[in-house]
Design a protein around this ligand. Structure first.
Ligand SMILES: *[C@@H]1O[C@H](CO)[C@@H](O)[C@H](O)[C@H]1NC(C)=O
Ligand SMILES: *[C@@H]1O[C@H](CO)[C@@H](O)[C@H](O)[C@H]1NC(C)=O
Ligand SMILES: *[C@@H]1O[C@H](CO)[C@@H](O)[C@H](O)[C@H]1NC(C)=O
Length: 418
């Protein structure tokens, strides 16, 4: 039908509407009217169910996923009673067009389409008693609001909302089929999620609709709710995010074993690990929406950052003690050379055990001996800090990990039990 034809038809319809005396409009409207069964005071009972054929394409940034499903609907139409002994099968699109169908739609679908290859994918059976069963195949792109607070240790629930577009509950009562209304293909295997459950529920509610330009009406509509409960598979994130990040932190601790006088080595190690961690962090955030709250991975990552920062601070402290030790050593050397002594050993260093002055003198001046003693004390303090850090940093990191994993695993279990 061309646009011209349809607008002409629309025009004719308006003409008919407005000269309501004509009985034809009622005839026209009656043709595909809602089944008007004997029990006039009761709503038309429509049963609904579906089978999920495939599922996938979860896009976190757009918060959507795709679902390919077979829909089943069943209702009673007394006008369709027949004398045959068998169900009548209808699979001709032209005949289907002449039959009334429930005007159900998916409220949270962004896009949806029927399948037409090789022919329209549908079937309809009419029982001798006038019960109509209609099945068809649709692919939906459904919106699913993700709560990424616990990402990537999260569980998500995605909804499938089915509502009648025009008929309130008192006209059309839509319910799930009494037994197993929602089923899914057991072969569905998602790379990112484990399917925990596909549950049914109701979201019957009151919605407002417009009646004229200045009035509207509120009506209670039947609303079916399919709940897809998913649990994120953490293997990928463990290998890609958690373990590398933890290892980078562990590598930064190597600094505590490096000679405390080797300033360039220790500083560059800390900065390299810091840079590696921020590169790693960019990878983690990739393909995620820019939500305004912190995710579980952000906490882990942030604490790892703090740990490396702590290593740098620790070195700053060690270095400040070492500088004081050096200062006293130089003073001692100066006094000693003025006093006239020559060093008998130019000391060689082993960072852990050699805390002594830079040079050994045969006969010591009293003042310089005192300064050397001070230098020795500062150097020892620096070593003590390093030695303590070797133990404290891994311990705190371990405790942090225990708390972190305990908390989020608990969250995960709680979400599952809901
Ligand atoms: C069905 O059966 C009824 C009574 O048995 C009969 O009156 C009617 O004509 C039949 N209809 C058809 C389409 O055969
Ligand atoms: C709708 O159907 C359900 C299940 O058959 C029934 O419990 C409920 O009372 C019906 N609601 C109305 C308004 O008829
Ligand atoms: C709506 O508009 C009609 C005329 O256009 C008027 O008669 C009627 O009172 C209005 N109703 C309300 C609720 O304002």
């Amino acid at each position: 039908m061309t646009i011209f034809d349809s607008s002409l038809l629309f025009f004719i319809l308006i003409r008919i509407c407005c000269s309501i005396k004509s009985p034809e409009v009622f005839e026209l409207l009656q043709k595909k009217a809602m089944p008007n069964n004997e029990k006039l005071d009761e709503p038309l009972q429509v049963y609904f169910g579906f089978y999920v054929e495939s599922l996938g394409n979860f896009r976190a940034t757009e918060m959507t996923f795709d679902m390919d499903m077979y829909l089943y609907m069943s209702w009673q139409d007394d006008a369709m009673k027949h004398n045959g002994t068998e169900h009548i099968l209808i699979n001709d699109r032209d005949i289907l067009d002449k039959i009334w169908l429930p005007d159900l739609y998916f409220a949270n679908a962004r896009t949806a389409y029927f399948h037409k290859v090789t022919l329209y994918n549908f079937n309809m059976f009419i029982s001798p008693a006038g019960t109509i069963s209609y099945g068809t195949r649709v692919t939906l792109n459904l919106a699913c609001n993700l709560d990424l607070k616990d990402y990537p240790l999260d569980s998500q629930t995605c909804f499938i909302k089915i509502i009648s577009y025009a008929h309130v509950k008192n006209e059309m009562n839509v319910t799930w089929f009494p037994d197993a209304p929602i089923r899914y293909n057991p072969e569905i295997d998602l790379p990112e999620y484990h399917i925990k459950k596909l549950d049914k529920g109701y979201c019957n509610g009151v919605f407002l609709y417009t009646l004229t330009h200045n009035s509207s009406r509120v009506g209670e509509f039947s609303c079916l709710l399919g709940m897809l409960k998913l649990k994120r598979a953490i293997g990928f994130h463990l290998v890609q995010s958690y373990i590398p990040t933890g290892l980078i932190v562990a590598i930064s601790w190597v600094s505590f074993w490096i000679d405390r006088r080797a300033v360039p080595a220790r500083v560059s190690l800390s900065f390299t690990t810091l840079l590696t961690l921020s590169t790693q962090g960019n990878g983690i955030r990739y393909a995620l929406p820019a939500v305004s709250y912190a995710k579980a991975i952000d906490f882990f990552y942030g604490v790892c950052m703090l740990f490396i920062f702590g290593v740098l601070l620790e070195f700053a402290l060690v270095n400040s003690y070492m500088r004081r030790a050096n200062k006293y050593n130089h003073m001692a050397d100066k006094i000693q050379s003025a006093y006239g002594g020559k060093p008998i050993i130019a000391a060689d260093y082993d960072s852990d055990y050699e805390e002594g002055p830079t040079n050994y003198y045969g006969n010591l001046n009293k003042n310089s001996a005192h300064l050397m003693y001070k230098a020795l004390q500062f150097s020892r303090k620096a070593l003590a800090i390093d030695k303590a850090a070797r133990f404290i940093f891994p311990c705190i990191f371990l405790i942090f990990n225990l708390c972190y994993w305990w908390y989020y695993m608990k969250q995960r279990r709680d979400a599952e039990d809901e």
